[in-house]
Design a protein around this ligand. Structure first.
Ligand SMILES: *[C@@H]1O[C@H](CO)[C@@H](O)[C@H](O)[C@H]1NC(C)=O
Ligand SMILES: *[C@@H]1O[C@H](CO)[C@@H](O)[C@H](O)[C@H]1NC(C)=O
Ligand SMILES: *[C@@H]1O[C@H](CO)[C@@H](O)[C@H](O)[C@H]1NC(C)=O
Length: 509
C-alpha cells in the first residue's frame, strides 16, 4: 500500500513533469483540482504557480474533460492511507453519467445516439452483460416510491430526453469497480453485509437511478437484491425534511442576476448567439432559450459533428461551428471565475448543502463513537457505505460549501468521496485511556480522521476545515473533529450566522 504522503509526493512529481509548455496542453493531468500546480516539498503548502494567464484552460480541451470519456489513465487515490489506519466508513456522492441532451436546437436533427445497451458497442465494460441481467432481477429489491416504476437501465433505440447513455452506464460501472478495488484491501464491506450497513439514495430521475445502480453493481457485483433498499430524495439538494430555507433562495436569485448581467455584458457571446441564430434562421431569443451548449456538448462527447440546418427539401444547410462552441464555453469559464469572486454562490451553497453535510457528519460521528467504544454498536451493524446519486446542481454546491471553490465543474460521472479512518496505534495507546473530567477519554473523536477525494484526487487539504493543517507533519490526515465543528458551526461564518435556522430565517446577514 502506498502511503498518502508518498502518493502525494509521486503525484506532485508527475504534475511537475507535466508542466505545460504551451497554453493548449490538456489541463486534466496537469492541474490540481483547485487549479493550482504545486510542489510537495517544503513545510508550507505554498502555491508555486498562482495559475498565470497562459495556463487559462482551453475551452475545447476543458470540454473534453467534462465528457469524462472512459480512459485507462484515471487516477484513484481512494483507500490510500499511512499504515496503522483502519477504514471505518465511506460516503460517496456522484453525478449521473453521460446523458442525452435535455434541450434540442431548433431546425436541426437531434444527435443520433442509441441508448439500448449492447456489449458490442463502445465504450463497453466487462461487467456490462452481467449488469443487464442482474438488473432484470430488480423486483427482488426494495424501492421507495416512485423509484420502482423507473427503468433500471437505459433501453431506447433512440435516446429519450436526458436519458443515460451506454457511456454513462460504463462510466459508473468503472467508478464502482475502481472503489471496489481501492477498498478491497481494507475489507470495507463484508461479504455478508447487512441491510443496515449500506445506504443507497437517488433523485427520482432515471439517469440518477441508473447511474447509482451501475456504480453499486461495479462496487458489489452480483449483490443480493433482497438486502438492498433504494431510497428516494425528492430534492436535488438531498435536504430531506430540512429543505425550507428562505435565505438560500434569496442568495440563489441574486446569484442568477449576477450570472445574467455578466452574460449580457459579454459582446463576444452576444455576437456568437446572433451568428448561430442567423445560421439556423430563428430569433436569437429562441436560440438562447434552447440552451444550445447542452446539445453541442453531447455532440462533442460522442464524436459527432456539430448539427447543420435541415432544410424542408431534405438537404443540409450551414452548420454550427467549433468556434461558436468555444465562445460559449469560454464565457462559462469566465462565469465560474466571476462566481467565485462575488461569493454569492458560496453563501447559497453552504445553506443548500448543510442538510446533507449534517447528515454525513452525524453518520460519521456515530460510526467513530462505536469504533472507539464510546457508544454501543448498532444492531445490524454500523452504516459503512453510503451512495448518493445526484446532479451537477448537487455536486457543484457541495464542492463550494466544502471550500473546494477552485475544483472543476462536475463532469459527467464525477465522484466526491468522504472516507472515515481510525488510527489503530491510537487504539493501542488507549488501552489505558487518559481520562478527562467525568471519566471519559479526552479525545472526543478517539483518533478518527477524514479524507475527501474528488474524482480520485485527494483534496482534503484544500477544504476549508483542513486547509490550515500541515500535510507533511507526522500526522498527515485531517482529524474528524475539524469536519464536525465545521459542519456544526463554522460553516455558517460566510453567512454571518451560527446555525442553519438562524441563517435561513434572519433577513440580514
Ligand atoms: C440500437 O441498438 C440495439 C442494440 O445493439 C439494436 O438492436 C438496435 O437495432 C439499434 N437501433 C437503432 C435504431 O440503431
Ligand atoms: C442535524 O443533525 C442533527 C443530528 O446530529 C439533527 O438532530 C438535526 O435535526 C439536523 N439538522 C438539520 C437542519 O438537518
Ligand atoms: C452579523 O451578525 C451580527 C449579530 O447577528 C450583527 O450584529 C452584525 O451586524 C452582522 N454583520 C454583518 C456584516 O452582517
Amino acid at each position: 500500500m502506498v502511503s498518502a504522503v508518498a502518493a502525494r509526493f509521486l503525484l506532485s512529481l508527475i504534475m511537475v513533469n507535466l508542466l505545460p509548455t504551451t497554453p493548449l496542453v490538456e489541463e486534466r493531468p496537469v492541474q490540481a483540482a483547485d487549479g493550482a500546480v504545486r510542489v510537495a516539498q517544503g513545510k508550507t503548502r505554498k502555491r508555486v504557480f498562482p495559475v498565470p494567464h497562459i495556463q487559462k484552460p482551453n475551452p475545447i480541451s476543458e470540454a473534453y474533460g467534462y465528457c469524462n470519456t472512459p480512459s485507462h489513465t484515471e487516477q484513484a487515490w481512494e483507500g490510500h492511507s499511512p499504515a496503522d489506519y483502519k477504514l471505518l466508513s465511506v460516503h460517496v456522492m456522484i453525478r449521473h453519467g453521460d446523458r442525452y441532451p435535455l434541450y434540442s436546437i431548433p431546425k436541426t436533427k437531434r444527435p443520433a445516439i442509441n441508448c439500448t445497451l449492447s456489449t458490442s458497442r463502445n465504450p463497453s465494460h466487462p461487467l456490462l452483460r452481467s449488469f443487464i441481467s442482474h438488473m432484470g432481477k430488480g423486483n427482488l429489491g426494495h424501492w421507495e416510491s416512485p423509484l420502482a416504476s423507473l427503468p433500471r437501465f437505459p433501453n431506447h433505440n433512440t435516446c429519450e430526453t436526458g436519458e443515460l447513455t451506454q457511456t454513462g452506464v460504463v462510466q459508473h460501472l468503472r467508478n464502482g469497480k475502481l472503489l471496489q478495488q481501492a477498498y478491497r484491501p481494507h475489507s470495507l464491506v463484508p461479504s455478508d453485509w447487512s441491510p443496515q450497513q449500506v445506504w443507497v439514495e437517488t433523485t427520482g430521475k432515471s439517469r440518477t437511478l441508473q447511474s447509482g445502480l451501475a456504480f453499486f453493481y461495479g462496487f458489489l457485483p452480483e449483490f443480493n437484491w433482497k438486502k438492498l433498499t433504494v431510497h428516494h430524495q425528492g430534492s436535488t439538494l438531498f435536504c430531506g425534511s430540512a429543505c425550507d430555507c428562505p435565505a438560500r433562495n434569496r442568495y440563489l436569485e441574486q446569484e442568477q442576476k449576477r450570472q445574467y448581467r455578466l452574460r449580457v455584458a459579454d459582446a463576444e457571446l452576444e455576437r456568437t448567439y446572433a451568428d448561430m441564430a442567423r445560421t439556423l434562421g430563428i430569433p436569437t431569443c429562441n436560440l438562447r432559450a434552447a440552451n444550445p451548449i447542452d446539445s453541442l456538448l453531447c455532440h462533442l462527447c460522442h464524436g459527432l459533428s456539430f448539427p447543420c440546418v435541415s432544410r424542408k427539401d431534405g438537404s443540409t444547410g450551414e452548420c454550427l461551428t467549433m468556434a461558436q462552441f468555444a465562445a460559449i464555453r469560454r464565457q462559462q469559464l469566465d462565469d465560474e471565475k466571476d462566481r467565485r469572486r462575488v461569493g454569492l454562490y458560496r453563501k447559497y451553497a453552504v445553506l443548500a448543502m448543510y442538510p446533507y453535510l449534517n447528515r454525513t457528519a452525524t453518520k460519521m460521528e456515530r460510526v467513530a463513537k462505536a469504533a472507539t467504544g464510546s457508544r454501543p454498536p448498532r444492531a445490524g451493524g454500523e452504516e459503512i457505505f453510503t451512495l448518493s446519486s445526484a446532479h451537477d446542481v448537487t455536486v457543484a454546491p457541495l464542492l463550494s460549501a466544502l471550500g473546494l471553490e477552485e475544483a472543476r465543474f462536475p463532469p459527467f460521472a464525477a465522484r466526491l468521496v468522504f472516507e472515515l479512518w481510525k488510527s489503530t496505534s491510537a487504539l493501542q495507546g488507549q488501552k489505558e485511556p487518559k481520562l478527562g473530567k467525568g471519566g471519559r477519554p479526552k479525545t472526543r473523536d478517539g483518533g478518527c480522521f477524514i479524507r475527501v477525494l474528488y474524482n480520485g484526487e485527494d483534496v482534503t487539504h484544500d477544504t476549508t476545515f483542513c486547509r490550515s493543517l500541515d500535510r507533511h507533519s507526522s500526522q498527515p490526515l485531517c482529524p474528524l473533529k475539524k469536519f464536525l465543528s465545521f459542519v456544526r458551526r463554522d460553516i455558517f461564518g460566510v453567512v454571518n450566522a451560527t446555525s442553519y435556522h438562524q441563517a435561513c430565517y434572519s433577513r440580514t446577514g
